[in-house]
Design a protein around this ligand. Structure first.
Ligand SMILES: [Ca+2]
Length: 316
């Protein structure tokens, strides 16, 4: 890929597959910022550090975000998150601990990287939009000086998964999301409309188990599938939220996009609702997906990620 990318994540289980898909797919990932949602920003950093070290990417910088929403209220983890992602966000699997301390400067680091790389830097946010909102508040001119922003969040034609209108990542920081949609012009949004239309099955992740790193992923995804069976009454499969966003980075043509301008409702009645405010504009919301292509790409990229991790280990 010609462009560089930064991933911002509340690393839970589907985030971990998005990370693997980006790396295995060949994205030029230059670092990761962490936010709240599935876990705290600190736990997300710990989980990411473990996966990076297991996959031979321990040199990638990690910058931790804060746990205060853009409106000043503290982030509170929903109890249901323990059931979906495990207490540690990764199916309660004990991963190797890095023991490193990471700087708590996610917003400042994003600003400096956007200044450095400008339109050659894309951003992918698969948790709350808090870090980007904080960066935009400090340095509003970055809004027009970055590449494309990819977001997993929201929904337009299907119900939310927290409230009738509210999707979890948007609901984790509604005011932060509202600022991002107001300021950033070049956005691709992967919402529940497409992420709940693609299903990763137990069968599909079975072959991941023959790789050392892949065996963690197989166990984690099966934990996630167990939760989805109880919560969403799925059977032997789970939705593909964050990894769909990673696939869209490589293959936007796997999705049908509705271009325009969107805003996030901060009122009480339909809080977190995504509203289309104009038909023209460079904010695009995915409304349809070719699921077979998405699943095939995830599988190829994850196998590549596991194989590279294994060969890295042999080299050491
Ligand atoms: Ca996430």
């Amino acid at each position: 890929m010609e462009k560089k990318i930064i991933l911002d994540s509340d690393l839970g289980i589907d985030d971990s597959i998005a990370l693997g898909t980006l790396l295995g797919g060949g994205a030029d990932l230059i670092g990761i910022t962490t936010t709240f949602g599935n876990v705290t920003p600190e736990q997300s950093a710990e989980n990411i550090a473990s996966l990076l070290s297991l996959s031979g990417h321990e040199d990638l910088p990690i910058h931790v975000g804060n746990s205060i929403r853009f409106n000043g209220t503290p982030y509170q983890r929903l109890k249901v998150t323990n059931d979906i992602h495990g207490i540690n966000g990764f199916a309660n699997i004990k991963l190797p601990v890095s023991g490193k301390q990471y700087p708590h400067d996610a917003a400042d680091w994003l600003i400096s990287m956007i200044h450095q790389y400008q339109k050659d830097l894309d951003l992918m946010f698969i948790g709350s939009l808090n870090n980007l909102a904080c960066a935009l508040e400090k340095e509003p001119n970055i809004a027009d000086g970055m590449g494309t922003l990819y977001i997993m969040g929201g929904c337009i034609n299907v119900p939310g998964n927290v409230t009738q209108y509210g999707e979890a990542n948007i609901m984790d920081d509604v005011e932060g999301a509202a600022l991002v949609f107001q300021k950033v012009h070049d956005i691709r949004v992967l919402g529940l409309d497409v992420t709940t239309a693609t299903f990763l099955t137990r069968d599909a992740v079975k072959k991941w188990g023959k790789y050392e790193l892949g065996s963690y992923y197989e166990t984690a995804e099966n934990f996630y599938i167990d939760a989805e069976e109880k919560l969403d009454h799925l059977r032997n499969c789970a939705y593909v939220h964050d990894p769909s966003t990673a696939v869209a980075y490589f293959h936007p043509e796997y999705f049908e996009w509705r271009k325009g301008k969107y805003s996030v409702d901060v009122g009480t009645d339909s809080r977190g609702r995504i509203v289309q405010t104009a038909d023209s504009g460079n904010q695009a919301f995915a409304v349809n997906v070719n699921s077979m292509d998405v699943l095939r790409f995830i599988d190829q990229a994850m196998i590549q990620y596991f194989e590279e991790a294994a060969s890295e280990k042999v080299l050491k």
